[in-house]
Ligand binder design. Structure first.
Ligand code: ZN
Length: 194
């Protein structure tokens, strides 16, 4: 089974991909796993990958190059779960060419669709323990004592990324990128909306 899993931040992609991967014994491939693997190597390419990662500027060319190097080394016989990748229709095109060369084209693209209000509540409500990393939600799953972690007693707070304005900007950027990407897979008749 060769799957691409797409969805906005907070849609539960990570959890779902783990379930699918465990159920069918498939590797999970994400942009950050690919870049981290490259960055851990002490080569010129590794240095470039680390630099791009730290600056949050991973070009399509670099990603394609890393995929061309790494995908053939992975055991993809049973399939794979790609998460959060591709991020745009340009990357989708590049990815298709790499996967076709390997004889392992994508079977199915699942797009997780979540009601925008639910998503905002989930994201804006997300709070995290400074110390142990336990996560809570102010609205649906708050700690027992306000702002105090149930597990370790440290302070619980929002990450700066999770303020409402930042989140709505992130979601808007996401929608803008996703339009052409979804169209790409829809034309290829691989898209399923969940
Ligand atoms: Zn804690």
């Amino acid at each position: 089974m060769r799957i691409v899993l797409l969805g906005p931040p907070g849609s539960g992609k990570a959890e779902l991909s783990k379930k699918i991967a465990t159920e069918y014994d498939l590797p999970i491939i994400t942009q950050s796993s690919v870049v981290d693997t490259a960055a851990s190597e002490s080569t010129e390419l590794g240095r470039l990958a680390a630099e791009a990662r730290d600056a949050s500027r991973i070009s399509d060319e670099l990603l394609l190059h890393l995929l061309r190097l790494q995908l053939p080394r992975m055991d993809l016989r049973r399939g794979y779960v790609l998460v959060d990748m591709p991020k745009n229709s340009g990357q989708a095109d590049l990815l298709d060419s790499v996967l076709l060369d390997l004889g392992r084209p994508i079977d199915l693209v699942l797009n997780l669709e979540v009601d925008r209000d639910d998503l905002m509540e989930r994201l804006v409500g997300a709070i995290e323990c400074d110390s142990c990393g336990a996560s809570y939600n102010m609205y649906v799953n708050p700690p027992m004592v306000d702002n105090v972690c149930d597990y370790c007693g440290a302070r619980v707070r929002r990450r700066p990324d999770d303020y409402e304005e930042t989140i709505s900007n992130r979601l808007r950027d996401y929608d803008m990128q996703m339009g052409p990407l979804l169209q790409y897979y829809s034309l290829a008749e691989k898209l399923q909306r969940v």
